[in-house]
Each structure stands twice: as C-alpha cells, then as structure tokens.
Design a protein around this ligand. Structure first.
Ligand code: C2E
Ligand code: CA
Ligand code: CA
Ligand code: CA
Length: 276
C-alpha cells in the first residue's frame, strides 16, 4: 500500500470495512423496501421553450431510509444492479409510472412519461414480454410511454437489442438515449436502431459555456440529432444562460432545476393543472 501520510492508512482500512457493511445493510434495506413498498416515484418536467409547454416528464425513483432521509439513486441503483434487485424495482417503476400517466390522461392532462430502463433490466429474456403484458393489463395508450436507455445497451447483443427496440417501437413506445455522449457512441448504432430522442448529458450542459470542447460536443450532438431526425432533450439545465445558448443552437426541450425539480405525483398534478 501507498504511504498516504500519518494516520491515513488506518482510516482508509476502516473505511473499507464500514463500506462493505454499509453495502450489505443497503442491500437488505432494498429488499425490505420492495416488500414493504417504500419506493416512491417522482416526476421531473420537460419543457419545450418554443411554446412553454410541458411536453413530458421523467419518472425518477426515490427511497427514504428509516430516518426519512433520501438515499440517492446514484447510490442504490448501482447496488440494485449488482444484486439483481433492479429487475423487480424496475418493474415497480414501470407499473407506477404507467398508472400515473393513465390517471393524468383521465384528468385531461395527457403527457408522455419516460422511464429509465437499466441495462440489466433490458437484458432480461422476458423484458419485452413483461412490457407487453403490462401494456395489455393496464390497456395504456402506448403513446404515453417512453423508455430511456443508455448507450451501453446498444453496444451489447446488437441483433437482440435491435429486435427488442423494434418490437417496442411497433407497440408505440418511444425510445430515448440517456446521458448521450458519455458512453461508446458509434454513429453506426444510432442509424441502425429505432431511436426517437437523444438526451444531451448534464455534464456537457454544465460546462458548455466555459469549455470549448464541451460546447463542440453539444453542437455535434445537436447536428447529429437533426440529420438523423431525432428529437433532443437537454438534461440538467440550471441557468437562463444555458437555456439561451441551447435554444440558439437549436435545442428547445429542457429538463432541469431551472424549470423544476423532480416532485411527487400529487405535486405534479397541481403543476400540470397550472401549466396546461
Ligand atoms: P438520469 O437518468 O440521468 O436522471 C437525471 C438526474 O439528474 C436525476 O437524478 C435528476 O434529479 C437530476 N437532475 C435533473 N435536473 C437537474 C439539474 O438541473 N441539476 C442537477 N444537479 N441535477 C438534475 P436522480 O433522480 O438522483 O437520479 C440519478 C440517476 O439514478 C438517474 O440519472 C438514473 O441513472 C438513475 N435512476 C433514477 N431513477 C431510476 C429508475 O427508476 N430506474 C433506473 N434504472 N435508474 C434510475
Ligand atoms: Ca434518465
Ligand atoms: Ca440522463
Ligand atoms: Ca445523467
């Protein structure tokens, strides 16, 4: 081991010990949370700034610990992937998001809801069947559903991936590529798969105003989406300067704290009513 300074090694060893314990505890808590239905689904609006319309929203999973504090999805989603629990958790999110989209439609507040699909969830042999059964069971208008997948999904098992995506598209579900630009993007993949929307990753939006290479990446993604006739969403938009720069470049759909944070179902009902 490397000498990291006085007392540092001891501290480091302790950290590893407690993090293994913490992981184990979190894994157990995830199982408990599934059983006791402690997971919540929040929604974040996507705004088309050309007419200021709320054009859709993203479903985002939330979990509180016993003391009521939120545990970050960035912490529990990767762990849920490692221990396989992401499959039942993902199924829960899908059902809840569809039910909420149906209830908004009944209230006259029809909006498309996008659902994050983890690579492991997508890789299940019965992924399409599960979606199909849910769609039939709820008799949901599939125009209300969008799936957000990451570039990594496209790079794996290309034939099957294309089949599944094409079947989903035939069913009427829209497909977007999440965090676009951060994974292995081959232009070839993009052309070969039925992709409707590119979501420009927050990291590029964050730095585009003071980093030329980030700005160049944003320009490239926008050009790519336009030439492949895909829609664009900018994620993690926090300032009016970003909104102005993006719209000047031809990206008009924004998702981010500048417009609104993710909120629970009831709050979204009010938000939709006020913005319709
Ligand atoms: P993501 O799919 O890229 O989701 C966007 C994340 O950025 C969300 O974090 C959202 O709350 C946050 N965000 C949106 N606008 C802003 C902004 O203006 N500023 C900042 N700082 N953050 C913003 P969240 O909800 O903590 O989720 C983190 C990640 O966890 C998601 O990243 C996604 O990869 C994963 N995740 C969340 N819910 C689900 C789910 O239901 N299924 C799966 N498989 N993954 C999920
Ligand atoms: Ca997402
Ligand atoms: Ca994203
Ligand atoms: Ca992201």
């Amino acid at each position: 081991a490397k000498e990291l300074g006085r007392g540092r090694w001891h501290f480091y060893a302790n950290e590893i010990g407690s993090s293994v314990l913490a992981r184990h505890k979190l894994e157990q808590y995830l199982r408990h949370a599934l059983q006791e239905q402690l997971f919540e689904v929040y929604y974040q609006a996507k705004i088309d700034i050309r007419d200021n319309q709320l054009v859709g929203m993203e479903a985002l999973l939330r979990l509180r610990s016993a003391d009521g504090m939120f545990i970050s999805p960035a912490e529990f989603i990767p762990l849920a992937e490692e221990c396989g629990q992401i499959v039942p958790i993902g199924n829960f999110v899908m059902r809840k998001a569809c039910e909420d989209a149906i209830s908004w439609q009944k209230m006259g507040l029809k909006r498309r809801v996008s659902i994050n699909i983890s690579p492991m969830q997508f890789a299940q042999d019965d992924f399409y069947d599960t979606v199909y059964k849910l769609v039939k069971e709820l008799s949901i208008d599939t125009g209300l559903i969008e799936f957000e997948i990451t570039e990594g999904v496209l790079a794996k098992d290309i034939e099957r991936t294309r089949n599944v995506l094409e079947s989903l598209q035939e069913l009427g579900i829209k497909i977007s590529i999440d965090d676009f630009g951060t994974g292995y993007s081959s232009l070839l993949y993009l052309k070969r798969f039925p992709i409707d929307i590119l979501k420009i990753d927050k990291s590029f939006i964050d730095d585009m105003l003071d980093d030329e290479s980030d700005e160049a990446i944003v320009d490239t993604i926008i050009g790519l989406a336009n030439s492949l006739r895909m829609q664009l969403v900018a994620e993690g938009v926090e300032t009016i300067e970003q909104v102005k720069a993006l719209s000047a470049k031809g990206c008009f759909v924004m998702q981010g704290y500048y417009y609104c944070k993710p909120m629970p179902y009831l709050q979204m009902c009010h938000y939709l009513q006020e913005n319709t």
